[in-house]
Design a protein around this ligand. Sequence first.
Ligand code: F6P
Length: 342
Amino acid sequence: MRIGILTSGGDCPGLNAVIRGAVLNGIKTYDHEFVGFQDGWRGVVEGDVVDLPRQRVRGISKQGGTIIGTSRTNPFEGELGGPQNITATLERLGIDAVIAVGGEGTLAAAKRLTDAGLKIVGVPKTIDNDLDATDYTFGFDTAVQIATEAIDRLRTTGESHHRCMVAEVMGRHVGWIALHSGMAAGAHAILMPEQSVPMEQVAQWVREAHERGRAPLVVVAEGWVPQDTDEAYSDRGLDSFGRPRLGGIGDRVALGIEEATGIESRATVLGHIQRGGVPTAYDRVLATRLGMASVDAVSDHAWGNMVALRGTNIYRVPFQAALNNLKRVPQHRYDEAAILFG
Ligand code: F6P
């Protein structure tokens, strides 16, 4: 078979390990051939492909990003989009099946295309770890490792200046990165979209840590909303040098803490650093195994399925299983972490 692989949505450490795992398993076990679609669904709709021979994937599992590029292109949009056009493009290129590596949006598009008759298998991908039907997604472990190291470094400034340090981590809808990096780094408060907490409670945790002589550390997921949302925060903020605060949630939390406690506070937004650079060993292994399993699924003609992790095994689930719900941090995981707050 001639198989096309695409990586779509935000880049994520481990994407290259998926590609390598798929290509090596496909060539060695099944004698398949591989091409990569350039820049996600854009390469599919425009028929823009590169060959992926064995030598092209040599040594790439430790590289960050994706060697075939990514984008947030919607395959149903544009003159060349939609199932009929894409089927014609794949026929013209002699491509028998597609492996789509991506998050919720990618898998939803893959499901629609499979329902229309295309031959697609999926691989779940997101640093946020919010895809259902898989225990973990590759990229998450790397993001947590990077965030933890960054928070450890913020601690030294906090201790030296007797400040409260606030780290804003990724997580638009869920707090998995905040939970794990916050627990690992010993944060005094972890704020996540799943838990609505008043600013006064956050200030209280900070006071408790400060009174024990600690430099308070707060980790906030980018999607957290304070219970007592006050839009005026962004207007009020000037730091102790008179510099305007930017108004992101990290800055708003730092300002709220400073106003409530009088403790000088600073925020750091970790942003895309969490997605950059080399994947951890755990992510390389998980991504390699998922890539290999996706080729087994293609070889079994298991169209419309995604490969996923349950416990230590890789199994297959229909796309829909990953799309029904976001995987949020459950209450018991938050309660466990909250014992450590303050
Ligand atoms: O979904 C992964 C993610 O990294 C989110 O945590 C973040 O909100 C978003 O992507 C950022 O997207 P972009 O790279 O397009 O700014």
